[in-house]
Design a protein around this ligand. Structure first.
Ligand SMILES: [Zn+2]
Ligand SMILES: [Zn+2]
Length: 182
């Protein structure tokens, strides 16, 4: 991946967010403020406190927008959708070092809500994916019963399943059984 470690981190965050969406096939993963707190905790999102129902609604709305960018049918659509999103996001780059992470760039503005925070940091990361012409790394799982998204970080862009330990294994087993039957 031609991306810096903090870009990759933000892309992993956006993937995590998108996979909580009903569009990813697993039902609503953000049903409560508690779920939102769990997401913030596992992604170690800094400077976010006092989450409430409004944050939940805003983050779900943003998630829909990111989903459209991530799964856009062509580059033009992705660029246009992302520009709309970035256009209304306050962005203030600053260097930070926290929670054991080495020096990295934050893009969210001071006092940003969780949705603004994600729009800035994940939006910029996706912008770099487009700039580097790496959009084909933004993938949806090839397993027929799974719509999870993932970023293919493999050198030869060969990854097709969201998580090789689950979907990958499952599909290999199914292919093996099909071969034995044949
Ligand atoms: Zn940080
Ligand atoms: Zn999958």
């Amino acid at each position: 991946m031609p991306f810096s470690h903090d870009m990759v981190y933000s892309l992993t965050t956006v993937v995590d967010l998108l996979n909580t969406s009903p569009a990813a096939g697993g039902g609503e993963g953000l049903t409560s403020v508690e779920d939102l707190r769990a997401f913030v905790g596992r992604r170690v999102i800094s400077d976010v406190e006092n989450l409430d129902d409004r944050d939940l609604a805003e983050v779900r709305e943003l998630r829909d927008e990111f989903y459209k960018v991530f799964t856009a049918p062509d580059r033009e659509t992705a660029v246009s959708l992302l520009n709309t999103l970035l256009g209304r996001t306050r962005i203030t780059p600053s260097l930070a070092e926290h929670d054991g992470f080495s020096l990295h760039v934050h893009y969210f503005a001071p006092g940003a809500s969780l949705a603004e925070h994600l729009a800035a940091d994940c939006g910029v990361a996706l912008a770099h994916v487009l700039v580097e012409d790496e959009r084909d790394r933004l993938r949806t799982c090839a397993a027929p019963d799974c719509d999870h998204v993932f970023v293919d970080e493999s050198r030869n862009r060969s990854r097709v399943y969201c998580d090789s330990r689950t979907c990958g294994n499952r599909m290999h087993v199914a292919a093996y059984r099909a071969r034995r039957r044949a």
